[in-house]
Write a protein that binds this ligand. Structure first.
Ligand code: COA
Ligand code: NAP
Length: 273
């Protein structure tokens, strides 16, 4: 798919969790639009593959291996990426983990792990980036999920964490707006071919088809669908948008995504008992 024809030449876009799936798709779109792009995730091999891919699109790119749960490591990583590619213009925060598990089967450490990655990790990214981003025109984009607003069985950890991400988005928009920094979130629907999709929506044809029909627009999303919204939010064309949580989900925010993900969860629960 073509991306929005917005020129990001001279801008530094940092994507936390930008080494696979939706976030890598976002990083690729910014790279193709001329930005200098940096990425961060835990697995050094994924970081290496992603930076090579971004360079193959013509971008100046850098990557660091670090865990968003480690605030000091994130602060150091961001400092080193800024030393390589310059001050930040756009930050995309999308590192996350999720799995289906009934609440009574979920260990406290399982709950804490997802909250630590999705919510505390997002704060660590914000906290590490803000000193390098604090200027009029800068833009922060969280990647949240429908679970933030729609309660879903077997995802008490991800629902709690992503709800926190949404509210953090709004509070940071209040606090950082006066510095000229916009803070928004994208809430993708089911995005085909991604890790989250594999984990939450059963891969077999029948269930895929049922899930697809539950999306009002009748198709799953692609990373490019999400990347186009990110490119818009990062640009001056979105210059009066801040504190917004914007679905990119084919219309399924309230009803269809909930039913489709819940039906995948029910299968797991039935199999587990
Ligand atoms: N069901 C129930 N509990 C689970 C689980 C599952 N499928 N997977 C992990 N856990 C529990 C573990 O048992 C452990 O708890 P315990 O110590 O009480 O046994 C806890 O969660 C931490 O697991 P661990 O494997 O040590 O975590 P990690 O930090 O290595 O990995 C995860 C984090 C679990 C979120 C892992 O799935 C991950 O790295 N995910 C990233 C990719 C992803 O989820 N992408 C989709 C984004 S929507
Ligand atoms: P993904 O490919 O697994 O992406 C997750 C990224 O985060 C990877 O780059 C991963 O790399 C990194 N990451 C995970 N834990 C990390 C940690 N502790 N520290 C640093 N980096 C970490 O998954 P995805 O499905 O594309 O999801 C991307 C985002 O979209 C997530 O925020 C998710 O909640 C959201 N979302 C997805 C869907 C969907 O349909 N897929 C729907 C709604 C919302 P490493 O393994 O190398 O760390």
């Amino acid at each position: 798919m073509d991306h929005l024809p917005i020129d990001y030449t001279g801008k530094h876009v940092f994507v936390a969790g930008g080494t696979s799936g939706i976030n890598l798709g976002i990083a690729e779109a910014f790279a193709a639009a001329g930005a200098r792009v940096s990425v961060l995730s835990r697995d050094p091999a994924k970081v290496e593959r992603a930076t090579s891919r971004l360079r193959s699109l013509g971008a100046e790119a850098a990557g660091v291996s670090a865990d968003v749960r480690d605030a000091k490591a994130i602060s150091d990583a961001v400092t080193s990426l800024v030393a390589s590619l310059g001050p930040l213009d756009v930050v995309v925060s999308g590192a996350a983990g999720n799995f289906l598990c009934a609440a009574d089967q979920l260990s406290p450490n399982g709950f804490r792990t997802v909250v630590d990655i999705d919510l505390n990790g997002s704060f660590n990214v914000m906290h590490g980036c803000f000193p390098h981003l604090r200027k009029p025109g800068a833009s922060i984009i969280h990647v949240t999920a429908p679970q933030s607003a729609v309660p879903m069985r077997f995802q008490v950890h991800a629902c709690a964490a992503k709800a926190g991400v949404d509210q953090m988005t709004r509070v940071l928009a209040l606090e950082w707006g006066p510095a000229g920094v916009r803070v928004n979130a994208i809430s993708p629907g089911p995005i085909d071919g991604t890790e989250g999709f594999q984990r939450l929506i059963a891969p077999d044809t029948q269930k895929r088809e049922t899930s697809r029909r539950l999306v009002p627009l009748g198709r799953f999303g692609s990373p490019s669908d999400v990347a186009n919204l990110a490119m818009f939010l990062g640009s001056p064309y979105a210059g009066y948008i801040s504190g917004a949580v914007i679905p990119c989900d084919g219309g399924g925010a309230i009803d269809s995504v909930k039913r489709s993900l819940e039906s995948a969860g029910s299968e797991v629960a039935v199999n587990a008992h």
